[in-house]
Write a protein that binds this ligand. Structure first.
Ligand SMILES: Nc1nc2c(ncn2[C@@H]2O[C@H](COP(=O)(O)OP(=O)(O)OP(=O)(O)O)[C@@H](O)[C@H]2O)c(=O)[nH]1
Length: 114
């Protein structure tokens, strides 16, 4: 059977509820946009594979719930992420201002060099 990918990257999307993390991911993987907002429970992921210079690169992107009540669960996923995207809503100043809260969480739970 042909190898599906040569390298795998695990990436994570974090930050406040409703900033558009799920939409960003759906657009990247499926080129879709959903106008409804159903708050995520816990975590979910999508994958996309692209060939770069003859190497099949798969990205597995984990989408985390932004609501405070799920933070205990979602922070468990920081530790094995190779990259973390900090997403905010450009039309919401508070969502931008919360950056320090999320940076502190990354410092605490992610590996040294995510
Ligand atoms: N106008 C506009 N609306 C957007 C955009 N991105 C997301 N939305 C809307 O914002 C709302 C929230 O988007 P989601 O992607 O569900 O937000 P989320 O960050 O995943 O939310 P949680 O799952 O609660 O953490 C939805 O109603 C989307 O349709 C955008 O680029 N433009």
């Amino acid at each position: 059977m042909e190898k599906q990918y040569d390298v795998l990257f695990r990436l994570l999307l974090i930050r406040d509820s409703g900033v558009g993390k799920t939409c960003l991911l759906c657009h990247f993987t499926d080129n879709e946009f959903h106008s409804s907002h159903i708050s995520k429970i816990g975590v979910d992921f999508k994958m996309k594979t692209r060939e770069v210079d003859g190497i099949k690169v798969r990205v597995q992107i984990w989408d985390t719930a932004g609501q405070e009540r799920y933070q205990t669960i979602t922070k468990q996923y920081y530790r094995w992420a190779q990259g973390i995207f900090s997403v905010y809503d450009i039309s919401s100043e508070p969502s931008y201002q919360h950056i320090m809260k999320w940076v502190s969480a990354v410092d605490e739970y992610a590996p040294e060099d995510p």
